[in-house]
Design a protein around this ligand. Structure first.
Ligand code: SF4
Ligand code: SF4
Length: 373
């Protein structure tokens, strides 16, 4: 009864984009503490400490793969904040409509641009969130990087394109030839709505049609990629064959075209770890990831050539480490965009890993660009 009341109240607040009352927030914190009591692994995972469930990831790498050392930075992932119009169950960012405080300001965006101008190896800027388009600095970042010929990815949740006030997004993306990478965890409505919320599938289909009408998916300058992540607790299926299924189903039923399907493994941290813990599947999931360890994938994980910057300018090895506040490693301690002189300072440095990293090395491997092998 109490939980039902909390759920309804939070939805009510989110729909109206107002802060969730603190008295109810403290009830939710109590609910989280209860979960921790039920599964003491949750705080261990979110602190990046050894889970004792699997062989420590660092040991597995030392035995079977190349050392986890960053090479030249090809990709910068900028997480502009947690504000989002959705609240998906698998969300490792724990984003949502009430997360207004944790969002990048202009000063921080300016410093990232300044540092990036000295990084000659930079080829791709991946802007993520939350819903990145909801951040006031989104346009400025896109314009800056596109003017320098750098490929820009907008990690778009699709439904934002159908929100009142965001009608400018699709034409802006076209004008700047931004690579849209959009989440669509299934081509079946029920599966998508289960993971991402009621009505998300139909709004996503409308958004995809809008992008197709503007040339996305058919004009070679307007690349539209879809992201699949499992709705349950398994690893993603083979990327190529799932892409063929997606292309066939979306074309036959909705006349939608797209370029590539990227399959991404759910990383067992934060909201997804809680989701697993509630179902008593957390331990099994870690063991599944460990059993699927693939040394070839480990040698290609994205953190070997990527840096991830948070909304407040902290520097991490990837977006997942960012979400559990496991910072990149430097000689001078925790790096921020204010304490480093250039991104290249992070080259040839060890990457900070923990057991959740098995999520990137299981099966065909996983990265923000899809399977690795
Ligand atoms: S759309 Fe993306 S950022 Fe927003 S809640 Fe869902 S997974 Fe998280
Ligand atoms: S989670 Fe993946 S990308 Fe991040 S540090 Fe671990 S292996 Fe690298």
């Amino acid at each position: 009864m109490g939980r039902h009341y909390l759920k309804v109240s939070k939805t009510w607040c989110m729909e109206r984009q107002i802060e969730f009352p603190s008295i109810l927030r403290s009830s939710l914190i109590n609910h989280f503490l209860l979960l921790v009591k039920m599964n003491p692994l949750l705080p261990v995972i979110d602190a990046g400490r050894p889970t004792q469930l699997v062989q420590p990831f660092a040991k597995r790498i030392a035995d079977e793969a190349q050392p986890m050392i960053r090479q030249a930075i090809h990709q910068l992932q900028i997480n502009v904040g947690k504000l989002c119009n959705q609240t998906c169950v698998h969300c490792h960012v724990e984003a949502g409509p009430t997360k207004r405080r944790e969002n990048m300001d202009e000063h921080t965006a300016d410093r990232i641009v300044e540092l990036s101008r000295q990084c000659d190896s930079l080829q791709v800027v991946d802007i993520t969130g939350g819903a990145p388009e909801m951040n006031p600095n989104f346009k400025r970042l896109v314009l800056e990087f596109r003017s320098r010929g750098i490929r820009v990815i907008d990690r778009c949740n699709l439904t934002i394109l159908r929100q009142p006030g965001y009608e400018w997004v699709a034409p802006f993306l076209v004008e700047n030839q931004v690579n849209v990478v959009a989440s669509l965890p299934c081509y079946l409505e029920d599966n998508v709505d289960l993971q991402r919320g009621d009505g998300v599938f139909s709004a996503s289909i409308e958004a995809l049609r809008q992008l197709n009408d503007l040339g996305y998916g058919s004009d070679e300058r307007l690349k539209l990629d879809l992201v699949f992540n499992p709705t349950g607790t398994g690893l993603p299926p083979d990327q190529a064959s799932l892409q063929a299924d997606y292309k066939r189903e979306l074309n036959e039923h909705y006349s939608i075209v797209f370029n590539e399907l990227l399959t991404i493994t759910n990383i067992p941290i934060k909201r997804f770890a809680m989701y697993l813990a509630k179902r008593n599947k957390l331990e099994d999931y870690f063991r599944t990831l460990e059993a699927g360890f693939n040394a070839t994938a480990a040698n290609s994980v994205m953190c070997r050539s990527l840096l991830s910057i948070s909304w407040d300018g902290q520097v991490y090895d990837c977006d997942f480490n960012q979400m559990i506040d496991m910072p990149a490693i430097t000689e001078h301690g925790r790096p921020t965009i204010w304490t480093i002189e250039s991104f290249d300072e992070l080259n040839h440095r060890p990457i900070n890993t923990a057991d959740h990293c098995y999520g990137c090395t299981a099966g065909a491997g996983s990265s923000c660009g899809g399977a690795l092998t």
